[in-house]
Ligand binder design. Structure first.
Ligand code: PEP
Length: 254
């Protein structure tokens, strides 16, 4: 059975005290959030707070921590990089790979992203693989082809076992941080397409088991409608994950 996942991507925001307070406020009375092994929450702080946030959630079930990135290399003279092995060592369980901001500002190619995913698997981290089209591609109605290529050039190089450990996040770039959300129908159409591509490249059973999250200006108002779509299994949430009450509402919307 595929899991429902709400993941908060904090990007390069918050200081340490704010990060701790945010987790505490989101999880206050965490029983009300109705989490179980098939409905989980993931926090993705900056590298420097990973250790702290891992300790903060250590006693809770169904709450996890993701890094926002990892190195494609195992270890070595790569100043400024953080290895998947180091993330595993501090108790991180997930890693975001291929966020559009990494692809765009740090020139991360599908080949590099594939290597990062390989590193994640070696060190028992589950990748949250992001894909999604820029505005001009959507306007030219070329988004299906664009996403198919992102999948084929990175994700579909994985083995069945690796793919089953992967979470996919469809994040149309025009919707990230813009306040412009894809309609539930637009998002569902792409999620369904991604699942169809997985079925064609692997099989229908695998396609049915993969969680596909939507990301792009998810907020407390639009979350329930997005999550009501058949192929949307949760959200990768940026801005709204920094506001405890909104993030709680989003968690409760699934
Ligand atoms: C994101 O950063 O992955 C994201 C979806 O951001 P936002 O929710 O702010 O659009």
């Amino acid at each position: 059975m595929r899991k429902k996942i709400i993941a908060g991507n904090w990007k390069m925001h918050l200081n340490k005290a704010e990060a701790i307070e945010l987790v505490e406020s989101v999880l206050v009375g965490s029983k009300d959030l109705d989490l179980d092994e098939n409905k989980i929450v993931v926090f993705s702080p900056s590298f420097v707070y990973l250790d702290t946030i891992v300790s903060k959630i250590a006693s809770l079930s169904n709450v996890f921590v993701a890094a926002q990135n990892c190195s494609e290399y195992e270890q070595g003279a790569y100043t400024g990089e953080v290895a998947a092995k180091m993330l595993q060592n501090v108790g991180v369980q997930f890693v975001i790979v291929g966020h559009s901001e990494r692809r765009q500002y740090f020139n991360e190619t599908n080949i590099v992203l594939h290597q990062k995913m390989k590193q994640a698997f070696v060190h028992k981290l589950q990748p949250i693989f992001c894909c999604g089209e820029p505005l001009e591609i959507r306007e030219n109605q070329e988004h299906f082809l664009f996403i198919q290529q992102q999948l084929e050039n990175c994700l579909f190089l994985l083995s069945e076992e690796e793919l089953l450990q992967t979470v996919i996040a469809y994040e149309p770039i025009w919707a990230i941080g813009t306040g412009k959300t894809a309609t539930p129908e637009q998002a569902q159409e792409v999620h369904h397409f991604i699942r169809k591509c997985i079925a064609e490249n692997y099989n229908a059973t695998i396609a049915d088991q993969i969680s596909i999250l939507y990301g792009g200006s998810v907020n407390a108002q639009n979350a329930a409608q997005l999550f009501s779509q058949a192929d949307i299994d949760g959200g990768l949430v940026g801005g709204a994950s920094l506001k405890a009450q909104d993030f709680r509402t989003i968690i409760l919307s699934i």
